[in-house]
Design a protein around this ligand. Structure first.
Ligand SMILES: [Zn+2]
Length: 163
């Protein structure tokens, strides 16, 4: 029941979108680590995944990340992957410097959804216009409402895809 009752109490002013890239050439990411400012979000993702019986090991899965200027409109993050040994997340520096904790979490979880869970985009919405998934591209019609009251729903949706 609560699934159709998502709240949108606060206007979400940060519009973020995402870029998915397929790694075409071998990039040497062996010296790239996960930046310490991203670590708490990666750890929370790992803990939440475990609640849904999904074991995440960034090291053995070759997940790398960096924060740098993307400079492409509303693109806040990207996941570049070839599906196995390259899983690289980039978070936009200017987005990161001004986003709230929850919006940062949404964007990091979104990119991990691509790079770690192998999920694609999902653009459908509830009748009130709220996106059903944080895996929305950010380029569609639906609106984000990743607020504290809705967080549990969106995290469940991320790990347990339901229609
Ligand atoms: Zn995306």
């Amino acid at each position: 029941m609560y699934r159709s009752m998502l709240l949108f109490l606060l206007p979400i002013v940060v519009v973020t979108s995402c870029q998915e890239d397929i790694a075409t050439e071998e990039s040497d990411l062996s010296n790239v680590n996960i930046p310490s400012s991203l670590t708490p979000y990666f750890e929370t993702f790992k803990e939440k995944a475990l609640e849904y019986n999904i074991a995440v090991d960034y090291e053995s899965e070759n997940v790398t990340a960096e924060i740098k200027l993307i400079n492409e409109g509303t693109v806040a993050g990207s996941c570049t992957t070839n599906g196995h040994d390259i899983k690289h997340i980039v978070i936009d520096q200017s987005f990161w410097s001004q986003a709230s904790h929850l919006v940062k979490e949404m964007v990091v979880f979104h990119e991990l959804g691509h790079c770690v869970l192998g999920r694609g985009h999902r653009e459908d919405s509830f009748s009130n216009g709220i996106c059903r998934s944080i895996m929305r591209s950010g380029l569609g019609e639906c609106r984000d409402a990743y607020i504290a009251e809705n967080r549990d729903y969106f995290i469940e949706e991320l790990f347990v895809v339901s229609e």
